[in-house]
Design a binder for this molecule. Structure first.
Ligand SMILES: [Zn+2]
Length: 361
């Protein structure tokens, strides 16, 4: 079984923006193969692992998305600068003056979103917010021909933040890119690895699904949940920590280090009430701290799962995360470990009787 830190580091550092998840998928498949009965992909590229279980019992689907927010090459200027399309929701300000890697079949190419120096700016210009349309990536190449022929870069090549994994405060907090949703992905892998190595009797049929293209509209969750057709859905995400200067509890109520969170509301989903209460009960019985968040924005895969076919009772469980959708996000190791215990306990508690109760209105 992998250590949590190893899983988190590997998944944070691997590059895979929406639509270009192949490198992430390769790792996910390698983790599922030794423990799953079957590992398949749907026709969009989401990975579906059938972990087996009790014959004739309900299907429980846990899911997390593989993609991260990134960019893709749009065109190359005559001077050799890369213009790009955003993949997923970026603040323009988070794109400026950062390092990037262009993922390319030939070789990975480093670059920087250059920024005009303060020395040449008027006082008015200094106050101006950067517009993403004006931004470009400098890969150090002299001409368009060099970029295309020597570096092998062409329109459509995916681009991801360059941001090595680091630990803060002796490993209490973990700094890296892509915690949305690689924290959820690592959590899902860790949960199934623990369940499989415990060899305890399963009470349901377990499916673990790593989805594609969440950041551009929950696309992989739509097709993969149709394929699995589950009785219960548990989606695993990066939450929104509201515990640093400039963010208010009105905007977000969860805090780092205070345990996993359930979303009671986001712009895409209201969870099934009986499933919500089941999660609360399990957390209380196991002594796992649980937080609640009521968000105005945010959309997540759970909503696609919830609305699949005739509907599925679904909940979204999140690991509180600071500074989402940027090069540098922060999570707590303790929250991660508590989320593993919580999700594992939920899966182990969803027997036929409980699922039947949850599904009944
Ligand atoms: Zn996400």
């Amino acid at each position: 079984m992998d250590s949590s830190i190893d899983l988190l580091r590997i998944f944070s550092e691997v590059g895979g923006p929406s639509g270009y998840e192949s490198r992430v998928r390769e790792i996910v498949v390698s983790k599922f193969i030794p423990i799953a009965r079957s590992v398949e992909t749907d026709q969009m590229g989401s990975v579906i692992a059938n972990l087996g279980g009790l014959e004739g019992s309900p299907k429980v689907m846990i899911s997390a998305h593989m993609d991260e927010v990134g960019l893709m090459v749009k065109n190359v200027t005559e001077e050799g600068y890369i213009k790009f399309q955003q993949l997923g929701g970026w603040l323009d300000q988070a794109i400026v003056n950062q390092r990037w890697v262009i993922l390319n079949d030939k070789k990975d190419v480093f670059g920087v979103t250059g920024i005009k120096t303060v020395h040449v700016m008027s006082p008015e210009e200094r106050k101006k917010i950067f517009d993403a349309k004006e931004l470009f990536i400098d890969v150090g190449a002299p001409t368009k021909e060099y970029v295309e022929n020597e570096l092998g870069i062409s329109p459509g090549d995916p681009i991801v933040p360059f941001s090595p994994f680091s630990v803060l405060n002796d490993g209490e907090l973990l700094l890296g890119k892509a915690w949305d949703d690689r924290a959820g992905l690592a959590l899902m892998i860790k949960v199934v690895q623990e369940i499989e190595s415990s060899k305890s009797d399963k009470v349901n049929l377990l499916f673990a699904v790593a989805t594609v293209q969440e950041e551009v509209g929950l696309r992989g969750a739509t097709t993969s949940s149709y394929m699995v057709n589950p009785d219960i859905g548990i989606n695993l995400e990066a939450g929104v920590a509201g515990d640093f200067p400039g963010i208010t509890t009105d905007e977000s109520q969860e805090r780092i280090g205070m345990g996993p969170t359930i979303f009671l509301h986001d712009s895409s989903m209201i969870p099934n009430i009986k499933l919500r209460d089941f999660v609360k009960d399990v957390a209380q019985k196991k002594g796992i701290p649980l937080q609640f968040n009521v968000l105005t924005g945010y959309g997540q895969d759970g909503s696609a799962l919830q609305r699949s076919r005739e509907g599925t009772p679904t909940i979204n469980i999140a690991i509180p995360t600071r500074y989402l959708h940027s090069h540098n996000s922060v999570i707590s190791y303790k929250d991660f470990e508590q989320a593993v215990s919580l999700v594992r306990s939920l899966v182990e508690g969803l027997d036929s009787k409980t699922v039947e109760y949850i599904k009944k209105f």
